[in-house]
Design a protein around this ligand. Structure first.
Ligand code: MTE
Ligand code: MO
Length: 351
């Protein structure tokens, strides 16, 4: 793992593991805002409250009585690839994530829609809020980590209350005994150590709901208010290089380059183009078909690398024909979220 911070633990998946379609539990990235809580699953309860006909209090045994569903889904932090934004202009106090704040697992658990149906959603409800058991000092005063998604997403069949990951019990670091999985949305909405679900008329006022927003470039994040940014939800199309590695010794001539691409929500990656001449000319890469709409897709192409210093560029298109923006400067924002600029890789080739 590439560990950025020990406490709270923040570590990204190394490039060697990002090439796998399913990430092993050991290599799955970790993103935390507080120390990892250790929860006794026997005494733990999930509360379901707010605008519901029948508030619930469920044990793990109660939850296991719901039909178990499995979804393979990629989870990605909104801060992934922030390092490329920091090169444009510094972003103090935020983790300088490379391309590895992303991983894919097979998740199993109850469908959130099934649990909400049991509680009976009232017609006034429009958002479903989640609250974890970890109190973060990042908020002032400290707050339990939380977030919300609109009711339509919350009741889609891919959204899970997961207790297992790659066929094994969900590890404490990834939210045991229970976490939300909101496929295709920023990782922050997939709340770990879940202990409360609330049906609300408005998005949650939890600090982390609007902390994960895009502020205008001139706004100071320390004094920004909840309404100052664009709240983040579905992930925008983007891609990254995995091979060659940064700083690799390369020889001019035909060389295989590869990487991953990811389209958020229910979009898929439709095409990836690569360029060996800083974006003057492009060829399209060989792209893996989507396993389902919720997972990343790997790609590869053979480029003829020129001798000397150069720059490779990769850009992905999604199934709505949206394409990545060219430059990280265009999408720079004060908290360094949602970098979906084209991937640029500096290379140096001997003749
Ligand atoms: N849930 C809780 N309770 N506390 C957290 O700090 N971090 C969120 C989300 N859920 C977080 C959380 C963020 S920002 C991300 S990107 C994902 O969890 C990371 O999940 P992982 O650590 O299992 O990779
Ligand atoms: Mo995140």
């Amino acid at each position: 793992m590439l560990v950025h911070q020990d406490e709270p633990y923040n570590a990204e998946t190394p490039p060697d593991a990002l090439v796998d379609r399913i990430t092993s539990l050991e290599a799955f990235y970790g993103r935390n805002h507080a120390p990892i809580p250790r929860i006794d699953s026997g005494s733990w309860r999930l509360r379901v409250d707010g605008l519901v006909g029948r508030p619930l209090e469920l044990s793990m045994d109660d939850l296991r009585r719901f039909r178990e569903r499995t979804v393979v889904a990629t989870l990605q932090c909104a801060g992934n690839r922030r390092a490329d934004l920091i090169e444009v202009r510094d972003i103090p106090g935020q983790v300088a994530w490379g391309p590895g704040a992303i991983s894919t697992a097979s998740w199993s658990g109850a469908g959130l829609a099934d649990v909400l149906a049991e509680a009976g959603i009232r017609p006034e409800a429009a958002h479903i809020a989640f609250e974890g058991a970890d109190e973060s000092q990042q908020a002032d005063p400290p707050q339990l980590f939380g977030g919300s998604v609109p009711l339509a997403k919350a009741t889609s069949s891919e959204v899970l209350l997961a207790w297992s990951m790659n066929g094994q019990a969900l590890p404490p670091a990834h939210g045991a005994p229970l976490r939300v999985i909101v496929p295709g949305w920023i990782g922050a909405r997939s709340v770990k150590w879940l202990q409360r679900i609330s049906a609300l008329a408005e998005p949650t006022d939890n600090y982390f709901q609007t902390e994960y927003s895009l502020l205008p470039p001139e706004v100071d994040p320390r004094t920004a208010g909840p309404g100052d940014g664009i709240t983040l939800g579905p992930i925008a199309i983007h891609c990254a290089f995995l091979r060659p590695c940064r700083g690799a010794r390369l020889t001019a001539g035909p060389t295989e380059v590869s990487g991953f691409a990811f389209a958020g929500d229910d979009r898929t990656v439709a095409r990836v183009d690569v360029s060996a001449d800083r974006g003057s000319t492009w060829i399209h890469a060989d792209l893996d078909p989507p396993a389902n709409p919720w997972t990343w897709q790997h790609w590869r192409a053979t480029l003829t690398l020129p001798p000397g210093e150069g720059e490779l560029v990769a850009r992905a298109w999604d199934s709505t024909a949206a394409v990545q923006t060219e430059s990280p400067a265009t999408v720079w924002n004060p908290r360094g979220y949602a970098n979906n600029a084209a991937a640029h890789l500096h290379i140096s080739c001997s003749a």
